[in-house]
Ligand binder design. Structure first.
Ligand code: S3P
Length: 187
């Protein structure tokens, strides 16, 4: 994947972060504010696979899901006027992080573990959380494991006490303020 030479303000926006931080809810509203297309890598993977994420995990395993996710990301970043909501585990692969950082304006959304647990119900649709005796502890330990993966972004917003409307407005304001011309080093 070649580095994107586009200035940040002309790149697609990627909303990333753990499950339940509000990527899809914020992303849809943000796309509306900017008149951008909204795409969700999870939905795209499901369309490509012809089955739901729980079924992909069950039938083909997580590794195949991750492979499809990487394939979809490459296509997703090819269009500029787009808001991309990524699956929560997409930044785990260093190659995906490189694509995000080089080709998109990366917005990391975060939330407190207890808030995440409330938002991710029903757990049956979350193959990485379902079947764990203590889902809150599972969320905490995944967040801990993923600290490095979630440490790459251009903007970070905690959505714990916020609403998707307010968060989307915040991101839109930030994005509109970003450079839209190449910095040629002359000053
Ligand atoms: C995952 C998050 C999910 C989905 C899959 C794996 C993860 O996406 O991609 O269940 O590894 O955190 P959302 O964050 O959109 O729920």
């Amino acid at each position: 994947m070649p580095a994107n030479s586009e200035p940040l303000g002309l790149r697609p926006i990627a909303l990333t972060g753990f499950m339940g931080v509000g990527k899809s809810a914020v992303g849809r509203r943000l796309a509306g504010l900017l008149d951008y297309e909204f795409v969700d890598t999870d939905k795209w993977v499901e369309a490509l696979a012809g089955k739901s994420i729980p079924h992909i995990f069950e039938d083909w395993g997580e590794a195949e899901f991750r492979r499809l996710e990487t394939q979809v990301l490459r296509d997703a970043v090819a269009v500029s006027d787009r808001v991309i909501s990524t699956g929560g585990g997409l930044p785990l692969r260093p190659e995906n992080r490189a694509v995000l950082e080089e080709c998109t304006a990366v917005v990391l959304l975060t939330a407190a573990p207890g808030t995440i647990l409330k938002r991710v119900q029903p757990l049956e649709r979350r193959p990485l959380l379902v079947g764990h005796a203590d889902p809150l502890e599972r969320i905490r330990s995944l967040l801990q494991e993923r600290r490095e993966a979630y440490n790459h972004f251009h903007l970070r917003i905690d959505t714990t006490g916020g609403s998707p409307v307010r968060t989307a407005a915040h991101v839109a304001e930030w994005y509109r303020s970003l450079p839209k011309e190449q910095d040629n080093g002359e000053g």
